[in-house]
Design a binder for this molecule. Sequence first.
Ligand code: BES
Ligand code: MN
Ligand code: ZN
Length: 496
Amino acid sequence: MEFQAKTSSPLTQRTACLVLPIYDNSKLSGVTAELNDACDGMIAKLVKQGDIKGSVGATRTLHGLTGCKADRVILLGLGKQNEALTAEKFDKAIKKAAAAIKATPAKDATVCLDDVTVADRDDAWKAHQTAKHFTDATYQFTQLKSKKAPVINLKKLHYAIADKKLQKAVSAALTRGNATAIGMALCKDLGNLPGNVCTPTYLADEAKKMARGNTKLTAKALNEKQMRDLKMGSLLSVSAGSEQEARLIVLDYKGGKKSDKPIVLVGKGITFDTGGISLKPGAGMDEMKFDMCGAASVLGTMKAITEMNLPLNVVAVVAAAENMPGSRATKPGDIVTSMSGQTIEILNTDAEGRLVLCDALTYAERFKPKAVVDVATLTGACVVALGKHASGLYSNNDDLAEQLLQAGQRAGDKAWHMPLWDEYQQQLDSNFADIANIGGPGGGSITAACFLSRFTKAYDWAHLDIAGTAWNSGAAKGATGRPVSLLVEFLQQHAS
Ligand code: BES
Ligand code: MN
Ligand code: ZN
């Protein structure tokens, strides 16, 4: 989609769809009031009759209004004008506006949110979120349907601003918001693809495809032989039962100075998680195709920052493998040696995410990182603890944790800080090896993070457990594109 900041008066602009704010139980104001005057009080009348409501996200589409050059006008409810409009409410309203426009044949639209005040947010933020939500609203996953998808008409969005001084900041924000949603779309595509298509080699090919023709990006993928040479015994124990070879994918983005230390993003890329010999129950197992959403979000983030040309060095490391039972599969009780040299007793082959991540995290040391952030659909326990609204955040550095929490807040892609206290570590004690791969029934998301912390002592590190946030179940089953927004926002803060 194309975005443009426009300073001309919205009412004189020829457009297929004009989006204007309206508040609950308040006098009309701004451009909405202007239009009302120009059409003989039509809007006020409809409000009085109760045909137009101003509750957050309510939309009403009107046709044939005099006083403007729009084929249709959508009035978008923003709640009570005397109550603070929170960032969450603004996001909700914008998503509804995009959905309402999508239901019309409009090829372009003009949104007038200039005099809308959002608590603790500025004009650039509003523009950024608008572009992000509109591009995201045009996402559809239809590549595996044999019937053609219904076309989405909307191609261009004008973002009206009254003050010319805002033009530069708003234009830049629109571009960045759009780029973020492009990254989210890649994340969703990879997540939604089934396990028989999206294999470790498929993910590696995607990374290579992204790097092709881009001088700032280089991609490589280690095969099992190369990983064996690096002594990644833990990662390889996960792919042992599968016909699909594991891959360690490295995507290197050099947008900053040569001497700048990179931020390393590490993604869990289990392209299907059957549980292995500790086989999962059948119900809902199809959703374990989403067990590579950490990897997908890391690749999506790389796509977004490449699109926006971020001046920063970032390395993505993806640990890709398929977790299958089989005669060569790892068995409960097996002991493997990780790349770090620590031995691991695998008491449950379904706790495989941490087994691939620990070797990828040791590998990350070679980049001398400024910080490492891993992203993983790691534990069902995290879904129990936080549900679908927040990702679980763990860190060995409180500053880094705070940066990620703030980024999540700003992006509307929230995380919640969880404890990584020493008290939990002893749950990972093993009678036979240095560490066990499960920590018992209590605090399952925490002990998984504790496991990872044994491999991240060389640098500042944070871990995002996205088991609850990466995809939706039920009728709206599908990848969400989270936490691409959070990560892109975090990297943007580091770039500025
Ligand atoms: N991929 C799963 C975690 C998961 C489960 C994410 C359900 C989203 C929904 C992970 O590999 C796993 O199976 N974890 C086990 C760990 C347990 C064996 C200690 C879990 O959460 O049950
Ligand atoms: Mn598992
Ligand atoms: Zn898993």
